[in-house]
Structure formats: C-alpha cells, structure tokens
Design a protein. Structure first.
Length: 180
C-alpha cells in the first residue's frame, strides 16, 4: 500500500469512528462473556413468547443485575430487558448510581432505556444488534453521547451482533408463520 493511501485509510477510519459508536473490537473478553449470558436471558424471554432481548449489569466480573424483556407477561411498557436489569442492580447494590458498572444488552437501547442509563450514570454500554426503528444509542439518535446531558456513556456496538439479531429474526419469522 502506498503511503498516501495508508494515511487516507487512517483518516477515513478516524472519521467513521467519530460518528459511529466503537465497534466490537473494543469489547473485552469479559464483555463478550457477559453478552453470552444476556443472550441466554434473551432466549428465556423468547421461550415465554416475548421479543427475545436480554441484559446483564456487571461490576468487574460479578453480575449485579439481570433482566429480559417481560412486556407481554407483565403488560408493562417499561419492562424492557436493560430497564429490569438496571433496577435489579440498583436494588442489589442499594444505590441508584451504577457508576462502577457496565451494561450488556442484546439489542440497542431505546430512548427510555438510554435515558435510564444516563440517569443511573452507567459508564459503559455494550450492545449486540442495532435497532433501526427504535434505537437511541446510534441509530435514530444517541442519548448516550449527547453533550447537553450531564453524563456521557461509552457505547460499544455490534458485540455478538449476529447471534443477537438472528435470535430476533427467528422469533419474528416464527410469529409471522403462526399468524398465517
Ligand atoms: Zn428500552
């Protein structure tokens, strides 16, 4: 590769990084292990007929909160996986501040959950599949890095993305089949 081309690529990569959240390669082995646990929780949700999304809050290598989507079973519009996992973590830690924690969730957080992430001062969020219809961690907007807010989160997108989105795709394909 010529030197000019090399620097062009470098600049392009830097520009792409400025807009998009960091990609999978910035996730650690621990993040990926936690995402595997979140995927297990998502499968639990799917088995209950819920849209399969799962989430884990962890501090170091210790899980301090877990949740999966329970919107149908609870008939609760706020019963999203990461919402439940954060409330679980706050209860267990006895603190509304989750500032020493990371959150792994299989689907990009919506506006409500991104808002809670900011309010709970979670410093790092790792997510799997993008949500082009409701995601507010890069897709429709990004509340996690909004400079007008008093807390900024580091989003790491695309961790076990294929597994996370396959799970969702299979769920919706199955749903369509049953409706026919
Ligand atoms: Zn949400």
């Amino acid at each position: 590769m010529g030197r000019g081309l090399f620097y062009l690529r470098l600049a392009q990569r830097a520009a792409a990084r400025a807009i998009a959240p960091a990609r999978d390669h910035e996730a650690t082995t621990l993040d990926r292990a936690m995402m595997q646990r979140a995927l297990d929780l998502a499968r639990e949700a799917g088995a209950m007929g819920e849209v399969p999304v799962g989430a884990v809050v962890y501090r170091g290598d210790e899980i301090v909160g877990e949740g999966f989507n329970r919107r149908e079973v609870d008939q609760d519009p706020s019963a999203h996986a990461e919402h439940i996992a954060m409330l679980d973590a706050s209860r267990r830690l006895g603190s509304w501040r989750l500032d020493g924690c990371s959150l792994a969730v299989t689907l990009e957080p919506c506006a409500m959950c991104a808002g809670l992430i900011v309010n709970a001062r979670v410093p790092r969020v790792v997510y799997g599949a993008r949500d082009p219809k409701a995601g507010f961690a890069g897709s429709l907007g990004n509340l996690l890095v909004d400079e007008r807010l008093n807390h900024r989160v580091r989003p790491i997108a695309g961790v076990l993305e294929r597994e996370s989105s396959e799970l969702l795709k299979r769920f919706f394909a199955e749903l369509r089949k049953r409706k026919r």
